[in-house]
Ligand binder design. Structure first.
Ligand code: C2E
Ligand code: MG
Ligand code: MG
Ligand code: MG
Length: 286
């Protein structure tokens, strides 16, 4: 059936659009196989205290190495997983895999910082989201205080009220909540005053040119001040150089993430990466 359709409409996707469409179809096909073929891995990117530069958490990020397609970026496959519903199974795998790693690290004597997991709107909309998460937390005996969930604003736009109740339940469990990519969507700080978010992550598009673009600098500063008034901690994404870091320190930003500190690391780096090892030095001040 797909073949006939493909031939009949071939001329429509002969151009740039068509190439994109064809690639998306291939990604979707492979995505359906990838979980059972064990092609996914979680990597972990450190979050650092912007003043002490010590690791205060890690963000779990999906990595996919497909037998046919090679490495595919989450920026490319996550939207397709969301459109096709594959994100539901994939999202569960991410939680379970993150918990497995936490248990493994603990068994190795590593003092594990809070681990942040990205969650799509489609996952949170499922009524079984929270029950399933509770089952997993219990199965791996994970302290909910070790878990953070990152969501984008898109979820709030669709169903702010329904979402608010779920977020409150999650928050009451002791799981920390972060709003991701802040500034890129229909950002409104008014959502934030009524919702139990702990962190706001300023998107990397603002941080990238913060030292050249006065508007981005002013916006970032304003977001930091307003967030602090709402008792939210601010995480700056995508810090790549020291000038950006200094500016964010002056603005009073709390936490930073970016290639300046570290890219996402394989789970095995937890015992060896200098920044993580520093976190584990018991005689460190504070
Ligand atoms: P995000 O949650 O905003 O994650 C930050 C992205 O920025 C990551 O890309 C990270 O590798 C990248 N990054 C970090 N520091 C820097 C930097 O200094 N410079 C630059 N240029 N990039 C930096 P990644 O891993 O490709 O993930 C892209 C997006 O895919 C994520 O954005 C997130 O929205 C989504 N994603 C990744 N893993 C998952 C997952 O397990 N579940 C869901 N639902 N989405 C995920
Ligand atoms: Mg994130
Ligand atoms: Mg982000
Ligand atoms: Mg993003």
């Amino acid at each position: 059936k797909a073949k006939t359709l493909g031939r009949a409409t071939y001329h429509f996707y002969d151009g740039v659009m068509g190439k994109q469409f064809a690639r998306n179809v291939r990604i979707e096909t492979r995505l359906r196989q990838a979980l059972s073929d064990g092609e996914f891995e979680l990597h972990f990117q450190p979050k650092v205290d912007i003043v002490t530069e010590r690791c205060v958490g890690m963000e779990a990020l999906l990595r996919w190495e497909d037998a046919e397609l090679g490495t595919v970026s989450p920026a490319e496959f996550i939207p397709i997983a969301e459109q096709t519903g594959i994100i539901l199974a994939l999202g569960e795998w991410v939680f379970e895999q993150a918990f497995r790693h936490i248990v493994e690290w603990q068994e190795q004597g590593i003092s594990v910082p809070p681990i942040a997991v990205n969650c799509s709107a489609a996952q949170l909309k499922r009524v079984d989201f929270l029950p399933n998460l509770l089952v997993l937390l219990d199965k791996y005996k994970i302290d909910p205080g070790l878990l953070e969930i990152e969501v984008t604003e898109s979820i709030l736009i669709e169903d702010a009220e329904g979402c608010a109740e779920l977020l409150r339940q999650i928050s009451r469990l002791g799981i920390k909540l972060a709003i991701d990519d802040f500034g890129t969507g229909y950002s409104s700080l008014s959502y934030l005053k009524d919702l139990p978010f702990d962190y706001i992550k300023i998107d990397q598009v603002f941080i990238r040119d913060i030292t050249e673009d006065r508007n981005h600098a002013a916006l970032t500063h304003a977001i930091i001040v307003l967030s602090h008034n709402l008792h939210l901690k601010v995480i700056a994404e995508g810090i790549t150089n020291v000038d950006q870091l200094i500016m964010l320190q002056e603005f009073g930003c709390d936490i930073g993430q970016g290639y300046l500190f570290s890219k996402a690391l394989g789970a095995n780096s937890m015992g060896t990466d200098p920044m993580i090892v520093a976190l584990n030095e018991k005689d460190c001040p504070e």
